[in-house]
Design a protein around this ligand. Structure first.
Ligand code: MRU
Length: 318
């Protein structure tokens, strides 16, 4: 069962809040239900959010007043660039459902292409460090950063993965380990704070991360904890690759400061704290372009200076 599927009249989602304990599905028959599923992270990961939003827009356009549903979807996860991009595509299309299907199909094609390009950068038996979940669950299928791991396995490179737990929602611990187990790829889980130790011990050849939004200068918004990971990689001379489709690039955001960073409920962080403890819970952080070795897109591997590389891409994609 893919991450999401159009049933003919509704959007069916695997419930990512229940994994890995339970494999269950949620059927969204209204745009409000899609907005709620995105906000509550039943569906998550930028490309998956984009495709879900596209089908949510299809539902909204079938409702007597599409506006509230569309507005709820648009504001549900503000950092993921794919969300607004997909909504705008569906709203401008003559056939909204056909466009949503196209977005979903293109996303899978892009992931497979990025996988091939990324695997081409890896040595034999690469020891990979990754954050969050960037696999099939975060996309329509195959994955971005985890798609590279998958392609490496398909090429016989024998990758192994250190999976960062990814507090506070534990996407690494709950989802990435689940996917890697299903794929038969060797992996070990580490606490987020153990990344520095793993790098110091020489246990990592390359770090792979996804992105929720990439600014025109190459600054990258991704799961909180990505920025310190990129700093560690720079300190230890380990390549830090970002794997993201063109739908994640926001040419209207000049740099990371222009990217809205979602702040989530404090209770996601205070699990182990005494009642009443306050928290700061940004869902994402910004990795400056200078810390990024390359951005792997479906059109090619972008190398620094990223501002120039991205702007040539903008010309190509016009
Ligand atoms: O809060 P999430 O789980 O939606 O965050 C997901 C990420 O940060 C991913 O790295 C990003 O969406 C790209 S993955 C395909």
């Amino acid at each position: 069962m893919p991450t999401l599927e159009w049933t003919g009249s509704a959007l069916r989602l695997i419930d990512q809040t229940k994994l890995p304990d339970e494999e269950s599905y949620v059927v969204c028959a209204t745009s409000a239900m899609v907005a709620k599923a995105i906000r509550s992270m039943i569906v998550r990961g930028a490309p998956a959010i984009g495709a879900a939003a596209a089908y949510g827009a299809v539902l909204a356009l079938r409702e007597s007043d599409p506006k509230p549903g569309l507005a709820a979807i648009r504001s549900s996860r503000p950092t993921a660039r794919d969300l607004a991009w997909a909504l705008d595509r569906v709203l401008a299309a003559p056939d909204p459902l056909q466009e949503a299907d196209r977005i979903a199909r293109e996303s899978v094609d892009a992931c497979r292409r990025m996988g091939q390009l990324g695997a081409g950068l890896l040595p034999n038996q690469p020891r990979i460090l990754t954050i969050c979940n960037t696999g099939a669950l975060a996309t329509v299928d195959y994955g971005t950063a985890l798609g590279v791991v998958r392609a490496a396995q398909e090429r016989g490179l024998e990758p192994s993965v250190l999976v960062m737990e990814t507090r506070p929602r534990a996407q690494g611990a709950r989802l990435t380990t689940w996917e890697l187990r299903g794929l038969g790829i060797p992996h070990r889980l580490i606490a987020d704070g153990a990344a520095g130790r793993a790098l110091q011990e020489g246990m990592v050849d390359v770090a792979l991360a996804g992105a929720d939004r990439i600014a025109a200068n190459g600054d990258v918004a991704n799961k909180v904890g990505t920025y310190p990971l990129a700093l560690l990689c720079r300190e230890h001379g380990v390549p830090f690759y970002v794997v993201a489709p063109l739908s994640t690039i926001d040419f209207h955001a000049p740099d990371g400061a222009a990217i809205p960073i979602e702040e989530r409920d404090e209770r996601e962080v205070t699990t182990f704290a005494p009642a009443g403890t306050r928290a700061f819970n940004p869902a994402f952080d910004i990795t400056p372009a200078a810390l990024v070795t390359s951005v792997i897109t479906q059109l090619g591997v972008l190398r620094p200076p990223l501002r120039e590389a991205l702007s040539s891409l903008r010309v190509t994609t016009r």
